[in-house]
Design a protein around this ligand. Structure first.
Ligand code: SAH
Length: 243
């Protein structure tokens, strides 16, 4: 029998099964979808009581996973029915349910990432992923294997987002190059690709893109402060400094 009386207010409660440790320490600079930056690494710390090996048995043979998570830094008291996606230049509104905006009635995110390892370590059970678009500390509420036969659709129409976002050339100043070379590759794996690809999608808010004045922006990847600017339609990384 169909239950007509579907509860809709505060009816569900979920526990985080994991917590994200991400190369992205703040929202600014995170790609707007997963998979755009292959060097965007994140580790998911599985939380008790879900940190049981048998709960993940078989997952090691899977190459990609869906992460269902909470946009814990995009919570608002009031939801808005429309949003201004960066795709439309940030000045046109469309329905929130027609977008992947992080501001939604239920702040739930969905990302497809590459699964690198599932590993029991001294400090718990960890999943390492790549291609993440996740902020440090993001609570994970579910993990599911990606099923190509069901989850990929040839010829699908994504409306305003049929192609990847435009990207810009990225160059490193001499100082930034020297600073990059001095970094320990074990601590900052793929740092150059991470910075290049993340910035190439131009994290600037749409309303700033028309500004004439050159302005220095800052992003935090790991404990690195990345300073960059836009000059003549390309991005220049000015410096890569550790804390
Ligand atoms: N792939 C996801 C996310 C799309 S929105 C989905 O479709 O549901 C992408 C933006 O969410 C990123 O640019 C980042 O700035 C933001 N974001 C990532 N983790 C977040 C978090 N925990 N809280 C709030 N915003 C977050």
């Amino acid at each position: 029998m169909v239950n007509e009386n579907i509860p809709h207010k505060n009816a569900y409660q979920f526990n985080a099964i994991g917590r994200v440790h991400s190369c992205y320490q703040e929202k600014f600079g995170i790609p707007r979808q997963p998979g755009l930056v292959p060097e965007a690494r994140a580790s998911i710390e599985i939380l008790s009581p879900y940190d049981r090996d048998e709960a993940f048995r078989g997952l090691e043979s899977v190459s990609h996973i869906w992460l269902v998570f909470v946009f814990h830094q995009a919570m608002r008291e009031q939801w808005r029915p429309t949003v201004r996606p960066p795709r439309l230049g940030g000045n046109q509104r469309i329905g929130v349910f027609a977008t992947r905006s992080n501001f939604r009635p239920n702040p739930i995110g969905l990302s497809l990432v590459t699964l690198e390892t599932v590993e029991r370590r001294e400090n718990g059970l960890w999943l390492d992923v790549r291609g993440a678009d996740l902020l440090q500390g993001t609570p994970i509420i579910d993990i599911k294997p990606y099923l190509p036969y069901a989850d990929s659709v040839e010829g699908a129409d994504a409306g305003i987002a049929n192609t990847p976002p435009e990207s810009m050339p990225v160059a490193f100043s001499e100082m930034a190059q020297r600073q990059l070379l001095a970094l320990d590759a074990c601590v900052y794996p793929g740092a150059e690709g991470l910075i290049r690809d993340s910035l190439s999608y131009d994290p600037r808010p749409a309303y700033r893109k028309d500004e004439e004045a050159i302005r220095i922006y800052g992003c935090r990847f790991y404990d690195l402060n990345i300073r960059w600017q836009v000059v003549d339609g390309s991005i220049e990384v000015v410096s890569v400094e550790r804390d």
